[in-house]
Design a protein around this ligand. Structure first.
Ligand code: MN
Length: 261
Protein backbone atom coordinates (compact mmCIF):
# COMPACT_ATOMS: atom_id res chain seq x y z
CA UNK A 1 0.00 0.00 0.00
CA UNK A 2 1.29 3.47 -0.92
CA UNK A 3 -0.02 6.41 1.11
CA UNK A 4 0.11 10.12 0.25
CA UNK A 5 0.18 12.16 3.46
CA UNK A 6 -0.55 15.88 3.62
CA UNK A 7 -1.87 18.50 6.05
CA UNK A 8 -2.62 22.19 6.48
CA UNK A 9 -0.22 23.02 9.33
CA UNK A 10 2.81 22.83 7.02
CA UNK A 11 5.43 20.31 6.01
CA UNK A 12 7.40 20.61 9.29
CA UNK A 13 4.40 20.22 11.62
CA UNK A 14 4.85 17.60 14.39
CA UNK A 15 1.34 16.24 13.75
CA UNK A 16 2.24 15.53 10.12
CA UNK A 17 5.35 13.69 11.23
CA UNK A 18 3.40 11.63 13.78
CA UNK A 19 0.90 10.63 11.07
CA UNK A 20 3.56 9.87 8.44
CA UNK A 21 5.59 7.73 10.84
CA UNK A 22 2.53 5.82 12.12
CA UNK A 23 1.34 5.12 8.56
CA UNK A 24 4.79 3.95 7.46
CA UNK A 25 4.00 0.79 9.46
CA UNK A 26 1.01 0.26 7.12
CA UNK A 27 2.57 1.12 3.75
CA UNK A 28 5.05 3.24 1.84
CA UNK A 29 4.46 6.87 2.83
CA UNK A 30 5.17 9.90 0.64
CA UNK A 31 4.59 13.31 2.23
CA UNK A 32 3.52 16.22 0.04
CA UNK A 33 2.41 19.20 2.11
CA UNK A 34 2.23 23.00 2.13
CA UNK A 35 5.53 24.75 2.93
CA UNK A 36 3.84 26.78 5.69
CA UNK A 37 0.71 27.02 7.84
CA UNK A 38 -2.38 26.93 5.61
CA UNK A 39 -5.10 26.36 8.20
CA UNK A 40 -8.64 27.48 7.31
CA UNK A 41 -7.82 27.72 3.60
CA UNK A 42 -10.66 25.34 2.80
CA UNK A 43 -10.69 24.03 -0.79
CA UNK A 44 -8.70 26.95 -2.17
CA UNK A 45 -6.68 26.02 -5.28
CA UNK A 46 -3.96 28.15 -6.91
CA UNK A 47 -5.01 28.50 -10.52
CA UNK A 48 -3.69 32.01 -11.08
CA UNK A 49 -0.09 31.79 -9.96
CA UNK A 50 2.72 29.26 -10.47
CA UNK A 51 3.64 26.77 -7.75
CA UNK A 52 7.15 25.77 -6.65
CA UNK A 53 7.89 22.38 -5.14
CA UNK A 54 10.95 21.24 -3.27
CA UNK A 55 12.15 17.84 -2.09
CA UNK A 56 13.03 18.24 1.58
CA UNK A 57 14.99 16.02 3.97
CA UNK A 58 13.30 12.67 4.60
CA UNK A 59 11.87 11.52 7.92
CA UNK A 60 11.92 8.04 9.38
CA UNK A 61 14.52 5.46 10.23
CA UNK A 62 17.73 4.79 8.27
CA UNK A 63 17.02 2.37 5.46
CA UNK A 64 13.30 3.22 5.29
CA UNK A 65 13.19 6.99 4.81
CA UNK A 66 9.90 8.82 4.34
CA UNK A 67 10.10 10.85 1.12
CA UNK A 68 8.98 14.45 1.64
CA UNK A 69 7.91 17.26 -0.69
CA UNK A 70 7.11 20.86 0.14
CA UNK A 71 4.65 22.86 -2.01
CA UNK A 72 4.27 26.65 -1.74
CA UNK A 73 0.50 26.45 -1.99
CA UNK A 74 -2.65 25.31 -0.25
CA UNK A 75 -3.44 21.81 1.06
CA UNK A 76 -5.51 21.21 -2.09
CA UNK A 77 -2.53 22.29 -4.23
CA UNK A 78 -0.22 19.95 -2.30
CA UNK A 79 -2.45 16.90 -2.79
CA UNK A 80 -3.07 17.83 -6.43
CA UNK A 81 0.71 18.05 -7.05
CA UNK A 82 1.22 14.86 -5.04
CA UNK A 83 -1.28 12.82 -7.05
CA UNK A 84 -0.70 14.28 -10.49
CA UNK A 85 3.03 15.00 -10.47
CA UNK A 86 5.13 13.56 -7.62
CA UNK A 87 3.29 10.21 -7.62
CA UNK A 88 2.15 10.31 -11.25
CA UNK A 89 3.93 7.06 -12.12
CA UNK A 90 3.46 5.33 -8.76
CA UNK A 91 -0.14 6.10 -7.77
CA UNK A 92 -1.02 5.88 -4.08
CA UNK A 93 -3.82 3.72 -2.67
CA UNK A 94 -4.81 6.13 0.08
CA UNK A 95 -4.61 9.82 1.00
CA UNK A 96 -4.34 10.83 4.67
CA UNK A 97 -4.34 14.38 6.04
CA UNK A 98 -3.28 15.62 9.47
CA UNK A 99 -2.76 15.23 12.28
CA UNK A 100 -4.22 18.70 12.59
CA UNK A 101 -3.35 20.88 15.56
CA UNK A 102 -6.92 21.51 16.75
CA UNK A 103 -10.35 20.07 16.01
CA UNK A 104 -12.24 20.01 12.71
CA UNK A 105 -15.76 19.45 13.98
CA UNK A 106 -19.28 20.34 12.93
CA UNK A 107 -19.52 22.98 10.19
CA UNK A 108 -15.85 23.86 10.62
CA UNK A 109 -15.19 21.11 8.06
CA UNK A 110 -16.17 23.68 5.43
CA UNK A 111 -13.28 25.96 6.42
CA UNK A 112 -10.77 23.25 7.21
CA UNK A 113 -7.63 22.87 5.12
CA UNK A 114 -7.04 19.47 6.73
CA UNK A 115 -10.38 18.13 5.53
CA UNK A 116 -9.85 19.86 2.15
CA UNK A 117 -6.66 17.87 1.58
CA UNK A 118 -8.60 14.63 2.15
CA UNK A 119 -11.37 15.93 -0.13
CA UNK A 120 -8.80 16.45 -2.89
CA UNK A 121 -7.72 12.81 -2.48
CA UNK A 122 -11.38 11.88 -2.81
CA UNK A 123 -11.69 14.03 -5.96
CA UNK A 124 -8.69 12.09 -7.28
CA UNK A 125 -10.70 8.89 -6.84
CA UNK A 126 -8.79 7.59 -3.80
CA UNK A 127 -10.00 6.52 -0.37
CA UNK A 128 -9.10 9.43 1.90
CA UNK A 129 -9.33 10.54 5.50
CA UNK A 130 -8.49 13.54 7.70
CA UNK A 131 -7.38 13.38 11.35
CA UNK A 132 -7.49 16.23 13.84
CA UNK A 133 -6.53 16.40 17.51
CA UNK A 134 -8.35 18.48 20.11
CA UNK A 135 -6.23 20.73 22.37
CA UNK A 136 -3.23 18.48 22.93
CA UNK A 137 0.35 18.07 21.74
CA UNK A 138 0.35 14.29 22.37
CA UNK A 139 -0.24 12.88 18.90
CA UNK A 140 0.29 9.23 19.91
CA UNK A 141 -3.37 8.15 20.28
CA UNK A 142 -4.39 9.89 17.06
CA UNK A 143 -1.44 8.39 15.17
CA UNK A 144 -2.22 4.87 16.40
CA UNK A 145 -5.89 5.23 15.46
CA UNK A 146 -4.94 6.56 12.00
CA UNK A 147 -2.82 3.45 11.37
CA UNK A 148 -5.71 1.17 12.38
CA UNK A 149 -8.10 3.14 10.19
CA UNK A 150 -5.72 2.94 7.21
CA UNK A 151 -5.59 -0.84 7.60
CA UNK A 152 -9.40 -1.04 7.73
CA UNK A 153 -9.70 1.15 4.63
CA UNK A 154 -7.24 -1.20 2.94
CA UNK A 155 -9.56 -4.12 3.79
CA UNK A 156 -12.96 -2.52 3.14
CA UNK A 157 -12.24 0.37 0.78
CA UNK A 158 -14.44 3.48 0.70
CA UNK A 159 -17.18 4.29 -1.83
CA UNK A 160 -16.22 6.83 -4.52
CA UNK A 161 -16.95 10.41 -3.49
CA UNK A 162 -16.90 9.64 0.24
CA UNK A 163 -14.22 10.31 2.84
CA UNK A 164 -13.76 10.06 6.59
CA UNK A 165 -13.21 12.91 9.05
CA UNK A 166 -11.62 11.83 12.33
CA UNK A 167 -11.39 13.91 15.51
CA UNK A 168 -9.44 12.70 18.52
CA UNK A 169 -10.10 14.02 22.04
CA UNK A 170 -7.28 15.33 24.22
CA UNK A 171 -6.01 12.76 26.69
CA UNK A 172 -6.67 9.03 26.63
CA UNK A 173 -9.68 8.18 24.40
CA UNK A 174 -12.28 5.79 25.89
CA UNK A 175 -12.93 4.30 22.45
CA UNK A 176 -14.34 5.42 19.13
CA UNK A 177 -17.70 6.21 17.61
CA UNK A 178 -19.16 6.66 14.12
CA UNK A 179 -20.78 10.08 14.17
CA UNK A 180 -22.62 12.74 12.22
CA UNK A 181 -21.74 16.42 11.80
CA UNK A 182 -22.75 18.36 14.93
CA UNK A 183 -23.20 22.06 15.68
CA UNK A 184 -20.70 24.51 17.16
CA UNK A 185 -21.52 28.14 17.62
CA UNK A 186 -19.06 31.01 17.61
CA UNK A 187 -19.44 34.56 18.76
CA UNK A 188 -19.61 36.59 15.53
CA UNK A 189 -16.88 39.15 16.05
CA UNK A 190 -15.17 41.93 14.12
CA UNK A 191 -12.44 43.74 16.06
CA UNK A 192 -11.35 47.06 14.56
CA UNK A 193 -7.80 48.33 15.13
CA UNK A 194 -5.76 51.14 13.60
CA UNK A 195 -2.38 50.50 11.95
CA UNK A 196 0.70 52.76 12.48
CA UNK A 197 -0.24 54.73 9.33
CA UNK A 198 -3.70 55.55 10.65
CA UNK A 199 -5.69 53.05 8.56
CA UNK A 200 -8.25 50.73 10.10
CA UNK A 201 -7.79 46.96 9.95
CA UNK A 202 -10.01 44.15 11.18
CA UNK A 203 -9.73 40.80 12.93
CA UNK A 204 -12.69 38.51 12.23
CA UNK A 205 -13.83 35.34 14.00
CA UNK A 206 -14.92 35.07 17.65
CA UNK A 207 -14.44 32.47 20.35
CA UNK A 208 -16.47 29.30 20.44
CA UNK A 209 -19.42 29.62 22.81
CA UNK A 210 -20.43 25.99 23.13
CA UNK A 211 -21.33 22.98 21.07
CA UNK A 212 -24.99 22.15 20.83
CA UNK A 213 -26.15 18.82 22.20
CA UNK A 214 -26.76 16.84 18.99
CA UNK A 215 -27.16 13.11 19.65
CA UNK A 216 -24.59 11.02 17.81
CA UNK A 217 -22.60 14.07 16.72
CA UNK A 218 -18.85 14.51 16.36
CA UNK A 219 -18.86 17.25 19.06
CA UNK A 220 -20.72 15.10 21.56
CA UNK A 221 -18.35 12.18 20.96
CA UNK A 222 -15.11 14.07 21.58
CA UNK A 223 -16.25 16.60 24.21
CA UNK A 224 -18.86 14.67 26.20
CA UNK A 225 -17.87 11.06 25.50
CA UNK A 226 -14.04 11.27 25.38
CA UNK A 227 -14.41 9.19 22.20
CA UNK A 228 -12.58 9.33 18.87
CA UNK A 229 -15.14 10.54 16.32
CA UNK A 230 -15.26 9.11 12.77
CA UNK A 231 -17.65 11.04 10.51
CA UNK A 232 -18.30 9.84 6.96
CA UNK A 233 -18.59 12.79 4.56
CA UNK A 234 -19.49 13.03 0.91
CA UNK A 235 -18.50 15.58 -1.70
CA UNK A 236 -21.93 15.77 -3.33
CA UNK A 237 -23.62 18.73 -1.62
CA UNK A 238 -26.96 18.25 -3.40
CA UNK A 239 -29.88 18.87 -1.02
CA UNK A 240 -32.08 16.05 -2.28
CA UNK A 241 -34.92 17.02 0.07
CA UNK A 242 -35.39 20.32 -1.77
CA UNK A 243 -35.37 19.10 -5.39
CA UNK A 244 -39.06 18.25 -5.61
CA UNK A 245 -40.17 21.43 -3.81
CA UNK A 246 -38.14 23.60 -6.22
CA UNK A 247 -39.80 22.03 -9.26
CA UNK A 248 -43.06 23.62 -8.04
CA UNK A 249 -41.61 27.14 -8.12
CA UNK A 250 -42.63 29.47 -10.94
CA UNK A 251 -39.21 29.75 -12.57
CA UNK A 252 -38.91 30.87 -16.22
CA UNK A 253 -38.85 27.89 -18.58
CA UNK A 254 -38.58 25.37 -15.74
CA UNK A 255 -38.46 21.75 -16.91
CA UNK A 256 -40.68 19.78 -14.57
CA UNK A 257 -40.27 16.35 -16.12
CA UNK A 258 -36.59 15.78 -15.43
CA UNK A 259 -36.47 15.01 -11.70
CA UNK A 260 -33.14 13.41 -10.89
CA UNK A 261 -33.45 10.00 -9.25
MN1 MN B 1 -4.43 23.33 10.76
Amino acid sequence: MRILVSNDDGVEAPGLRALAEALSAVGEVVVCAPDREQSATSRSISLHRPLRIEKVSPWGAEGSPIERWSVDGTPTDAVYIGLNHVLKDRPPDLVASGINRGPNLANDVHYSGTVAAAMEGCVGGLPSFAVSLIRSRDYSHAARFAASLARQIGLHGLPKGMLLNVNVPAGEPRGSQITRIGKRSYLASVVEKVDPRGRAYYWIGGDEQAHEDVAGSDCNAVFDGQLISVTPLHLDLTAHALIEELTRWDLPGLERSTLPP
